[in-house]
Design a protein around this ligand. Structure first.
Ligand code: SAH
Length: 196
């Protein structure tokens, strides 16, 4: 399997140079609450940059140095202040309760079954009380014939997140890529961290 770092030697299919329409829709609908957002697996940062442009205080983490270097360069060029960091989303250095929201554009669908559980715990940990998690992943409606990441069922999302989150919805959505004309079939999940 090629590494994430290798994927960013060229422009990978998901790196579309603009925010995902699903997240633009969430901002327009006012679904993100509070002020702080963590973008997990932020890649070259278009979703994080879009949120910062819309007044949110944003941090973005990714495992790829190339992606983080590119994201930092975009922030500087666009005169936006974002805390882009090289980090593993499964073990974050942020303190507990630090973020009002977490967004995930195409990270969850890359995890193994075991990592899904650790990931859900880590996201819940860094979110504030009633913090929101918004996730876009390829769905089981997307054909398997072109490879790509795992296709996710609604049941898998519920199994992973419902112990720690109330799931507000799992909606049909599109994942815009450089290889689909009108995006891949995806699910957009909105979940709220359960009160302890
Ligand atoms: N959110 C970005 C990138 C999606 S691709 C976008 O929408 O363009 C998935 C990203 O997750 C890649 O950039 C990859 O480097 C990153 N990634 C994979 N595993 C990770 C992990 N454990 N922690 C942090 N980032 C990870």
């Amino acid at each position: 399997m090629i590494s994430w770092e290798d994927a960013y030697r060229t422009t990978p299919p998901w790196d579309i140079g603009r925010p995902q329409p699903a997240f633009v829709g969430l901002v327009h609908a006012g679904e993100l609450t509070g002020n702080t957002v963590l973008d997990v697996g932020c890649g070259t940062g278009e979703n994080a940059l879009y949120l910062a442009q819309n007044g949110f205080s944003v941090a973005g983490v990714d495992l790829s140095t190339r992606a983080i270097v590119a994201a930092k360069a975009k922030a500087e060029e666009r005169k936006l202040k974002i805390d882009f960091r090289l980090a593993n989303a499964l073990s974050l250095e942020f303190q507990s309760g630090r973020f009002d929201n977490a967004i995930d554009s195409g990270l969850f669908h890359t995890f193994t079954d075991n990592d899904r559980i650790s990931f859900a715990h880590e996201i819940a940990r860094v979110l504030t009380r009633n913090g929101g998690y918004f996730m876009l992943c390829f769905s089981d409606q997307e054909p398997a014939n072109w490879g790509g990441p795992r296709r996710i069922t609604k049941e898998e999302i519920e199994t992973t997140f419902s112990p720690l989150f109330n799931i507000n919805y799992i909606k049909d959505a599109y994942f815009a890529t450089r290889i689909h004309n009108n995006g891949g079939r995806a699910y957009l999940t909105s979940a709220t961290k359960k009160s302890d």
